[in-house]
Design a protein around this ligand. Sequence first.
Ligand code: 15L
Length: 267
Amino acid sequence: MKTVLITGAAGDVGSRLRKLLKGVYPQIRASDIRKPADLAADESFIAADLADYAQVEKIVAGVEGIVHMGGFSVEGPWETIHSANIVGCYNLFEAAYRAGVKRVVFPSSNHAVGFYPRSQRIGVNVSLRPDSRYGVSKAFGEALGALYADKHGLRVTCLRIGNVGDAPLDERRLSIWVKPEDLAQLVRIGLEHPDLHYEIFYGVSDNAASFWDNSNAHRFGYRPQGRADDFRAQAMAAQAKLAPDPIAARYQGGPFASAEYDADKAR
Ligand code: 15L
């Protein structure tokens, strides 16, 4: 893999991956709607709006692999989610396939399955249970990735990412935290593993309280180094300052599940 495109390169996770993958692949092309503030002089960048197919065609031309971090990364109004994560994601896969791109790593999210209770440990073969419009858009991306893999031979890896950061921020994040270096390891498996066709992995570190069975990622060689438990005291101290939210506390998706929740109708 020589040429890799990272979309969403100005965002927090995209920026971390730009740095972690620098030197791993000979040519990394960064793209986002706006230029990253910390773009180094030796980094190549092309601006693009993912909702505009012609612009997406330009950024995918000549690349072998794509790490598609672009899109809207939290819950939002339908118009925003639709344009950035539905139309944008479709444009990305369609343009990638037509340009002969070999592999796409799609950052799905824990919110594609956020309505599973925290008490249930789930693997990758469960039905989707999105907790938000954002989660639905990630479920759409997983399905789209499967279509392009099965019908057109793209090698696609969906990463159901928990929460990327230097440390877990609260009790829920003790279960879903992923150390940036571990995420980069998963991205590299997606871009390089010879036997990969279409796979879903959880983007999570080696957390004692994980909600997820990530044995599929381990099967492909994933060996996470981060352990959320090393930060337990500080995460629980931060948790103690949060307002109680019983619905969020029940579900894996936390506040994404409790937002707009119809407590009198839902069950
Ligand atoms: C996500 O999918 C978001 O991109 C991120 O900003 C966090 O909100 C994360 O989920 C989370 O669940 O903590």
